[in-house]
Design a protein around this ligand. Structure first.
Ligand code: HEC
Length: 231
């Protein structure tokens, strides 16, 4: 009887201890994290992060439902833990505060494709810092993102990212060609008189991607990007 009592106490004790270490302590450390901002003359300036709204929030839902998370992470690791910074995936590692408004944060765990934590930042939009990037120089703007979603292999031949053609519509050109129509060439080009335009979901998704920028300076993290990749 005595031994079963102590076994019981041991089990309860280890549950209580792990609960304390894995729930209570992290909650104390980061549970109350607030966005960072500077105050100038009593006014809040430059708050970061800000809550996603409109296009970015709708696009986030598309990102979630299309399962982009199964191949893409949104977390930049420190130099000690990998070569994320060297690859130009960010100017600094990401920290808990980057995700305060995200429910749930789309951190991802597998990386079949590149990390997207900063895919919308000016640096990503305007140049690629990866020396092995065959697509250099490349401007990853909204038009690039749309084309890439429609047919990743049109941009990088050996890409194993699936095409998301169902997020686009092929329709007959009535009057003038739409300004939104994709510039497709070769086998991807639609028949004469037709055009491929993004649906609202594709536009929202791209709006979300363009909003992804976790390069804002924060007091708890230094920019540790190698000099060549820093802007
Ligand atoms: C089966 C895995 C897979 C899935 C699912 C996937 N991707 Fe990708 N993605 C990749 C690979 C591999 C690459 C790198 C090759 C390329 O650029 O096409 C890539 C590249 C990208 C890039 C370009 C990044 C860069 O650095 O140039 C973006 C943006 C992107 N994916 C967004 C998405 C979005 C949005 C979704 C969901 C709608 C998605 N991916 C789903 C595998 C995937």
């Amino acid at each position: 009887m005595k031994s079963s009592l102590s076994l019981f106490a041991l089990i309860i004790g280890s549950f209580a201890l792990s609960c304390y270490a894995l729930v209570v302590i992290p909650q104390k450390q980061i549970g109350g994290l607030q966005p960072h901002f500077t105050e100038e003359e009593g006014k809040v300036v430059d708050p970061y992060p800000v809550r996603n709204r409109g296009v970015a929030e709708r696009g986030r839902q598309v990102y979630k439902s299309e399962g982009c998370i199964y191949c893409h992470s949104q977390q930049v690791r420190d130099v000690q833990n990998g070569s994320d910074l060297e690859r130009g995936w960010g100017e600094r590692r990401t920290v808990a505060r980057d995700y305060v408004f995200e429910q749930p944060p789309l951190l991802g765990s597998t990386r079949l494709g590149p990390d997207l934590a900063n895919i919308g930042s000016a640096k990503w939009r305007n140049e690629s810092t990866d020396p092995d990037d065959k697509r250099k120089p490349v401007k990853r703007d909204a038009a690039w993102q749309l084309l890439h979603l429609y047919e990743p292999q049109a941009i990088i031949k050996e890409s194993n990212m699936p095409p998301y053609r169902y997020l686009f519509q092929t329709r007959k050109i009535s009057g003038q060609r739409s300004a939104e129509a994709l510039n497709l060439t070769g086998d991807d080009a639609p028949e004469d008189g037709y055009e491929v335009v993004p649906t609202a979901a594709a536009k929202d998704l791209v709006g979300y991607l363009m909003s992804l920028d976790r390069s804002h300076a924060l007091p708890e993290v230094k920019s540790t990007a190698p000099a060549a990749a820093a802007k």
